[in-house]
Design a binder for this molecule. Structure first.
Ligand SMILES: [Zn+2]
Length: 501
C-alpha cells in the first residue's frame, strides 16, 4: 500500500458519581421516568449557578495519573457554544486550553500510544425519536451527567490497535471504578478520525496536526461516529481504509465528513459533510472559578492507583505461563482476576505443604486451574448470571479441588460432581469427596482385577465375542465395571486390566 494510515481516537465516558456535574441531581441517566432527575441548573435556566463536582474531578485526575499524564495544577472550565435541542443552555461546559490532564501514554502491543488530553465536561440530554411519529422527545435525565473525554494523538496505524486501545481503556475505567463504560448503553462512546496520506508526503506538527510536505496538500480526515461495539469500530475503520485508498487511487478527493457504520451492510455511510471547521467560540466559564490542584490531593490519588489490566495481563502471562487468550479472559473483570489470583496463591501453598515444588509445576497447575475455572465453573456462572464475587466457593476450596485432581485422588467426572456440590452449597472438597465416596481408588488394582474377573465370568458370551474381535464390547465391560464400583476407578486402568485378561 502506498499510503500511511493515520488514526486518532476520541473517547467519551460517563463518570459514575452520585450526583451530576454541576448540580445535586442524582446521576442516573437511565432512570425509567423521563425528566425525573432534573433541576433548573441542569435544565439551563437563566440565572442558575453551576457548582463543580469534586468526585468527578478526582476521578479524571486519578485516570490521568494512571495513564502517566501531566496534570495542570491550575485548570478551568470553558463554554463551548453551539445550538442543539438536547443542549438547553446553548453551550456545553467543557474544558478548552487547560484540561485536567495532558500528555499521557497507554502501551498497546508494545506500541506507546500518546494521549493528547483528558478533560471533563457535561453530557447532553437525550433525543428520542418514536418510530412512525413526526415529533421528537427529549429526556434531560442525562443532561449534566459528568463526562470525560480522552483524545489520542493521530499515531494509530491500524484498525486492530484502535480496537484494542478502546477495549483496554474500557477495562481501565472499570478497574479504577470511574465508569461502567458500557458501550451498548452509550456510557462509553468511541470515535475514530481516519485519513490516508501518501508515504513521505506529510508530517505531524507538535500540536498533532497533519501538514503536507513539498506543497502537497494533505488528504482530509473522516470522522467515524455513533459506533456501538468494539468489533464494529474495527470493521468500520478497516472499511474506511479500503474505501479511501480506492478513492485516492482513482484521483478522487476525500471529503471532510462524519460517517456512521451500517452493521448489516458492513459499510460506513455519510452522515454530514463539514463545510468548515466548527467555531465553538470557547471562552472561560465566568460562573466557575479556576480549579487549583494541590500536591497533597495528587499524592492521595496516586495511592489509589492499582495494577492496571494490561499490566496485570502481562504479569499473568509471565508469572503463571497463561496464554494471552486465557490471560485476557481472566483480567477482563477485576473481581475474576483477584479471585483467580487468590486461588493460585492458595494452590501454591497447598502444593508446598504437600512437599511438591511450585516452581516446576506452576505452569501445569495454573493451566489446570484456569481450565476448570473457564470451562466448568463459568457454566454455572453463565447459567445463573452471577458474578464470581457472589458464589459460595471460596478461592481456597477451589484450589483444594484442583489439588485433588492434580494428585489423581479424583477423576474428572468426580471433580465435576464435587464442583457442582461446592457451587450449590459451598464447603470443603475433601469432605464432599469423602461424604460421597468419590475418591479414586489408590490401590494397585488388585481388588479392581478381582471385580473385573467376576464381571467377565458373569458375561462369558460377550467376553468371547470381545476376544474374537468385537471391539465395541469393551465399552460394555467398562460400563459394567463403572456401575459396580461407582466410578471410583480410573477408566484407563479398567481398560488396561480387561485387555490383560
Ligand atoms: Zn440538576
Amino acid at each position: 500500500m502506498k499510503y500511511d494510515v493515520i488514526i486518532g481516537l476520541e473517547i467519551h465516558a460517563e463518570i459514575n458519581t452520585l450526583s451530576k456535574m454541576f448540580c445535586s441531581c442524582k446521576n442516573d441517566p437511565f432512570y425509567s421516568q423521563a425528566n425525573f432527575n432534573i433541576c433548573p441548573i441542569c435544565l439551563g435556566h437563566p440565572g442558575t449557578l453551576p457548582l463543580p463536582n469534586q468526585e468527578a474531578i478526582d476521578k479524571v485526575l486519578l485516570l490521568g495519573l494512571a495513564l502517566d499524564c501531566q496534570i495542570n495544577k491550575i485548570s478551568k472550565f470553558d463554554r463551548k457554544n453551539y445550538f442543539y435541542p438536547d443542549l438547553p443552555k446553548g453551550y456545553q461546559i467543557s474544558q478548552f486550553d487547560l484540561p485536567l490532564a495532558y500528555q499521557g501514554v497507554l502501551e498497546i502491543n508494545n506500541q506507546k500510544i500518546e494521549i493528547t488530553r483528558i478533560h471533563l465536561e457535561e453530557d447532553t440530554g437525550k433525543l428520542n425519536h418514536p418510530a412512525g411519529k413526526n415529533y421528537t422527545l427529549i429526556d434531560f435525565n442525562r443532561s449534566g451527567v459528568p463526562l470525560l473525554e480522552l483524545v489520542t494523538e493521530p499515531v494509530i496505524k491500524d484498525a486492530i490497535t484502535a480496537r484494542i486501545f478502546c477495549q483496554t481503556f474500557q477495562q481501565i475505567l472499570k478497574y479504577l471504578e470511574i465508569s461502567s463504560a458500557n458501550m451498548e448503553k452509550g456510557e462509553m462512546r468511541c470515535e475514530a478520525n481516519v485519513s490516508l496520506q501518501i508515504k513521505n508526503s506529510w508530517r505531524r506538527t507538535k500540536d498533532g496536526k497533519i501538514v503536507g510536505l513539498k506543497n502537497i496538500k494533505p488528504n482530509n480526515k473522516v470522522e467515524l461516529k455513533n459506533i456501538n461495539s468494539f468489533k464494529s469500530l474495527e470493521k468500520a475503520i478497516s472499511y474506511e481504509i479500503k474505501r479511501q485508498s480506492k478513492m485516492l487511487d482513482r484521483g478522487e478527493e476525500i471529503l471532510p465528513e462524519t460517517r456512521g457504520y451500517n452493521e448489516k451492510k458492513g459499510e460506513t455511510f455519510r452522515q454530514r459533510v463539514k463545510e468548515s471547521g466548527a467555531d465553538y467560540r470557547y471562552f472561560p466559564e465566568p460562573d466557575i472559578l479556576p480549579i487549583k490542584i494541590s500536591s497533597e490531593q495528587l499524592k492521595n490519588l496516586k495511592n489509589k492507583i492499582i495494577e492496571l489490566p494490561h499490566k496485570k495481563k502481562a504479569r499473568f502471562i509471565e508469572e503463571y505461563g497463561f496464554s494471552p487468550d486465557i490471560a485476557d479472559i481472566l483480567v477482563d473483570d477485576k473481581n475474576l482476576a483477584d479471585w483467580t489470583e487468590m486461588a493460585l496463591s492458595e494452590l501454591k501453598e497447598w502444593l508446598s505443604s504437600s512437599g511438591e515444588s511450585w516452581k516446576n509445576q506452576r505452569i501445569k497447575l495454573s493451566k489446570l486451574l484456569a481450565d476448570y475455572l473457564i470451562s466448568e465453573l463459568f457454566k454455572f456462572l453463565k447459567r445463573d448470571k452471577v458474578s464470581i464475587r457472589d458464589i459460595k466457593i471460596s478461592p481456597e476450596n477451589f484450589a483444594q479441588l484442583i489439588l485433588l485432581i492434580h494428585q489423581e485422588k479424583i477423576n474428572s467426572s468426580s471433580a465435576q460432581k464435587i464442583l457442582e456440590i461446592m457451587y450449590n452449597t459451598g464447603g470443603d472438597p475433601v469432605v464432599i469427596m469423602n461424604d460421597n465416596n468419590l475418591e479414586q481408588s489408590q490401590s494397585d488394582g488388585k481388588d479392581l482385577k478381582e471385580i473385573i474377573s467376576a464381571i467377565i465370568k458373569k458375561y462369558p458370551d460377550q467376553f468371547s465375542e470381545y476376544q474374537s474381535g468385537k471391539d465395541a464390547l469393551l465399552q460394555f465391560f467398562i460400563g459394567k465395571v463403572m456401575a459396580e464400583t461407582g466410578g471410583r476407578f480410573n477408566p484407563k486402568k479398567i481398560i488396561e486390566i480387561i485387555k490383560n485378561l
